[in-house]
Design a protein around this ligand. Structure first.
Ligand code: ADP
Length: 263
C-alpha cells in the first residue's frame, strides 16, 4: 500500500518530530517550520483526521535559553535543561497552533507510566478527551523523573507506545532522512531507499545500520523497533524526511518519498 493511501485511510495519526527536524542550522527551534506544520495539521483536522504529536526538542530549546549550561554534563543539569527547554518548546508549539485557533496540551510520560495499568488507563482517557475536544496533545518524555533505569530513552519508542495506547491508525516518524536505506546515506551516497517494508526482522538482517546524528538519540535502529512495536498492534508506520516543504501535504500527495512499514 502506498504512503498516500495509508494517510488517506488513517483517521488517528501520531506524528513524531525529532530534534533534527525541529531545529534550524543554528540549533534553535525553528518557528517557521512549526508554523508550516501547524497549518498542514489544521487542514488534516478539517478533513476529519485526529492528530497527536510526539515532539522532541526540549534539550535543544533549553540550550538556546541557558547557553551557559551547554558544556555541563551533570545529569541534574541535563534534566534541569530539559525542564527549562520544555517550556520554550511548548511555547513555540502554542504560538504555531494559535494562528489556526487550535489549542494544544502537554503530556509528559515515563516508562513507568506505560507499565502501570491504572496510569495507562488515565493516559488513554486523557488523550481521547483532548482529541475529541479538538485539542492536539503534544507528548514528550518526562526527563525530570527519568533516570537511566526507567527511561524510555528515545521518542521513536515513545511515539510507538503512544500510538498503541491511543489505538492510532498510523504512526509517522519524521527524521532528517527520506526513509530507510540499505546503508547509511550520510556515509554512502549510493545508498538505496527502501520504499516498502513488510518484514522488519528480515530487512534488519539485509541492511547496514550506521550512526545517528548529533541531536538524534535513537538512530535508525530505534525507528525499526518502533515500527515493529506499532506493527505488532496492527499500526503501520511511515518514516520520512520532516524538513522538506509542506511535508504532510507532500506525503499525502505522493510527491515526497518515504518508507512505509506495512502490517
Ligand atoms: P532523529 O533525531 O530525526 O530521530 P536520528 O539521528 O536518531 O534521527 O536517526 C536518523 C539517522 O540515522 C539518519 O540521519 C542517518 O544518518 C542514520 N542512519 C544510519 N543508518 C541508516 C540507514 N540504513 N538508513 C537510514 N538512515 C540511517
Amino acid at each position: 500500500m502506498s504512503i498516500p493511501q495509508l494517510i488517506a485511510d488513517a483517521r488517528k495519526v501520531v506524528f513524531k518530530l525529532g530534534s533534527n527536524t525541529l531545529a534550524d542550522k543554528e540549533g534553535r527551534i525553528n518557528p517557521v517550520f512549526l508554523d508550516e506544520f501547524a497549518g498542514q495539521a489544521a487542514d488534516l483536522i478539517k478533513k476529519g483526521k485526529q492528530i497527536a504529536i510526539v515532539s522532541s526538542g526540549a534539550q535543544v530549546a533549553g540550550l538556546s535559553t541557558m547557553d551557559k549550561w551547554a558544556r555541563k554534563r551533570d545529569i541534574h543539569y541535563r534534566q534541569a535543561l530539559c525542564a527549562v527547554g520544555q517550556v520554550e518548546l511548548m511555547g513555540a508549539w502554542k504560538r504555531a497552533f494559535e494562528k489556526y485557533n487550535i489549542h494544544i496540551a502537554q503530556i509528559l510520560l515515563t516508562q513507568d507510566d506505560f507499565n502501570d495499568p491504572i496510569r495507562t488507563l488515565n493516559m488513554r482517557n486523557t488523550l481521547f478527551t483532548l482529541v475529541d475536544e479538538g485539542i492536539i496533545p503534544i507528548i514528550n518524555e518526562n526527563d525530570t523523573v527519568s533516570v537511566e533505569e526507567i527511561k524510555i530513552g528515545d521518542n521513536d519508542t515513545l511515539a510507538a507506545q503512544s500510538a498503541v495506547l491511543w489505538s492510532a491508525d498510523l504512526l509517522v516518524l519524521f527524521s532528517d532522512i527520506d526513509g530507510l536505506y540499505n546503508k547509511n546515506p550520510k556515509e554512502h551516497p549510493d545508498a538505496e531507499l527502501i520504499g516498502e517494508v513488510r518484514d522488519i526482522e528480515a530487512v534488519k538482517q539485509s541492511i547496514t545500520i550506521g550512526s545517528a546524528n548529533s541531536f538524534g538519540t535513537g538512530g535508525i535502529a530505534t525507528k525499526l523497533e518502533a515500527a515493529k512495536r506499532a506493527a505488532s498492534y496492527g499500526i503501520p508506520t511511515v518514516l520520512a524526511h520532516g524538513g522538506g516543504c509542506r511535508v504532510l501535504e507532500a506525503l499525502a500527495a505522493g510527491t515526497q518519498q518515504g518508507t512505509a512499514f506495512l502490517v
